[in-house]
Design a protein around this ligand. Structure first.
Ligand SMILES: C[C@H](N)C(=O)N[C@H](CCC(=O)O)C(=O)O
Ligand SMILES: [Mg+2]
Length: 363
């Protein structure tokens, strides 16, 4: 099976409510979807959401990287030569991790289809069901309380609260939500780089003193500040997770060597796809560091690929794979299915995706 063509398109999907973090606010999910066509007529699906504030990748840069630079190098390559394809993708250009992820996911999808094997089995086959948290956007405390109560009523047992705009208000937010949802709901926080290292230590110690029962805190400080992240990790009891700092395998290697964090958030769009995300999982496993499988605001194409990896690897013990349920519509036919906070992966070959509706092709 050889790669014959790569078609690029986009989908724009409205959100149920605006998605707000310390880094950005958006009203819709914009996703670049590729269809990788094999000479057998089979299609592999991949995606790349433009999350410029985190990955540096815009819609235009993703399209140009796939269409003009990386994609042409893959035409004619044999899908069975996974290693050759992955090294070609990596060597084609620096950075552009989202474009690389889209191509990598589509190649894995084709590989799974060619061999009649679902991706989660190809990637380790450890489990078939995953529990995801639900993300609560950063808003006034009362609105976050209402959103958290609605999430719990809908069956979510793990909430990921966005914080990081103003430490004093963050304390009010978390205190109000803990009081409202009770002690049985897991609460994790994501500051999306919003605090300075000292502000983070002061704030997290307050959470601890108040007995708010925070499971973990994601990316308290700016992504580049590895020393600041280590300072926070060393100064508090609560587990600290690297997200934006843990970009690719090399950055994760550095963080682990420094012992700068307790946990790693793996995202396909940071790692550049499954091939490199597997390396991150193995690095973390070697150092005894548990991982979360995370996502950007993206369609179910990427969520299915990420869920397949999370299902494959024992070391990926938590999941923040809620993007597809934050969308008002699901244009993806097939792939992972959701029931409350449970994701189930099908035994269909590859991603198990057969089409993406509303896909507008880009010439
Ligand atoms: C959607 C997911 N739950 C999430 O919160 N991801 C963010 C970044 C996503 C974005 O801004 O599109 C994160 O973990 O930082
Ligand atoms: Mg995060």
């Amino acid at each position: 099976m050889k790669i014959a063509a790569i078609r690029i398109g986009k989908v724009s999907i409205p959100l149920k409510k605006p998605f707000k973090t310390a880094l950005r606010q958006v009203h819709s999910a914009e996703d670049i979807i590729i269809k990788m066509i094999a000479d057998t007529g089979e299609t592999g699906f991949g995606n790349a959401p433009p999350t410029a504030v985190i990955t540096g990748d815009s819609q235009d840069s993703i399209i140009a990287a796939i269409r003009d630079t990386i994609g042409p190098k893959l035409i004619g390559m044999d899908v069975d030569n996974l290693e050759g394809i992955m090294t070609t993708i990596d060597a084609a250009m620096l950075h552009n991790s989202s474009a690389k992820a889209a191509l990598d996911i589509a190649v894995y999808d084709l590989f799974g289809k060619r061999h009649g094997i679902p991706l989660y089995k190809l990637l380790g086959g450890y489990r078939q069901g995953i529990t995801t948290d639900l993300t609560i956007s950063i808003n006034a405390p009362e609105e976050m309380v209402a959103d958290s109560l609605a999430a719990v009523a809908a069956g979510y047992t793990e909430l990921k609260l966005k914080v990081g705009t103003e430490a004093a208000l963050d304390i009010q937010r978390v205190q109000a939500i803990r009081a409202a949802v009770g002690q049985d709901v897991k609460i994790r926080l994501d500051a999306n780089q919003g605090w300075s290292p000292k502000e983070a230590v002061r704030t997290i110690r307050k959470f601890e003193d108040m007995g708010l029962g925070i499971e973990l805190i994601e990316q308290p400080v700016p992504a580049h500040d590895f020393a600041g992240l280590k300072y926070v990790t060393d100064q508090v009891e609560t587990d600290i997770m690297a997200d934006e700092s843990a970009f690719g395998a090399y950055e994760v290697f550095q963080l682990l060597a420094m012992r700068a964090c307790d946990l790693i958030n793996i995202k396909l769009m940071k790692a550049g796809g499954l091939h490199n995300a597997v390396k991150i999982a193995h690095l973390a496993e070697t150092m005894g560091i548990q991982c979360m499988m995370g996502c950007m605001l993206e369609s179910k194409v990427g969520i299915t690929a990420a869920a397949s990896l999370a299902a494959g690897k024992k070391i990926i013990s938590t999941a923040d794979l809620d993007a597809a349920v934050l969308l008002a519509e699901d244009p993806v036919i097939g792939g992972v299915s959701f029931s409350k906070n449970q994701l189930s992966i099908s035994d269909a070959p590859g991603l198990g995706i057969t089409d993406v509706q509303g896909w507008q092709e880009i010439q």
